[in-house]
Design a protein around this ligand. Sequence first.
Ligand SMILES: Cc1cc2nc3c(=O)[nH]c(=O)nc-3n(C[C@H](O)[C@H](O)[C@H](O)COP(=O)(O)OP(=O)(O)OC[C@H]3O[C@@H](n4cnc5c(N)ncnc54)[C@H](O)[C@@H]3O)c2cc1C
Length: 161
Amino acid sequence: MTAASIANSSGSADTAGASSNVTDSDVLVIGAGFGGIASALRMRARGYSVTLVDRLQAIGGRAQVFERGGFRHDAGPTVITAPFLFDELFELFDERREDHLEFRPLDPWYRFHFDDGQQFDYRPGIEDTNDEIARFDKGDIKGYARLLKTSKAIPLYNKYK
Ligand SMILES: Cc1cc2nc3c(=O)[nH]c(=O)nc-3n(C[C@H](O)[C@H](O)[C@H](O)COP(=O)(O)OP(=O)(O)OC[C@H]3O[C@@H](n4cnc5c(N)ncnc54)[C@H](O)[C@@H]3O)c2cc1C
């Protein structure tokens, strides 16, 4: 079990380590994935003393990074789809995300490898993506347009765009 206390007066993360000792906190957050980390930081920003615990040795949940066979793997997110939500967490503590970590635009965003040897590059431009879709089935371009339209109707998207 990993326990991280977020309890010092400056509001920054105080301790993190492999320990099952939960400190005497106002708030206990169980699960240190993106969701748990964000909840713990928001509680801390409101002045609560917070302890964040996870059953695993490292925080991050599905967003773990692990090494196997000499390669570093991302277990979950390949692209950060809502960078402004990370910025917001830093801003709660009057910090700038870019002073601590760098988000780099990638092109392609990611590449799918199919077992028949085909590849699909998911890229930032809609035209590029449509070109890739067309290589498989031109008819799916309309479906992709519908997906984008539906995504734009989601309230969170509208709040920040
Ligand atoms: C292959 C893959 C690709 C993805 N790609 C993207 C992407 O490109 N862009 C994107 O935005 N998102 C992507 N996601 C989604 C993103 O990774 C998840 O939405 C996000 O990481 C989930 O965070 P969470 O905190 O909700 O849950 P989790 O990350 O699952 O965290 C839950 C945590 O709770 C802990 N826990 C559970 N039960 C207990 C317990 N009883 N006691 C203590 N600890 C417990 C777990 O160990 C875990 O650490 C992807 C996910 C996967 C799997």
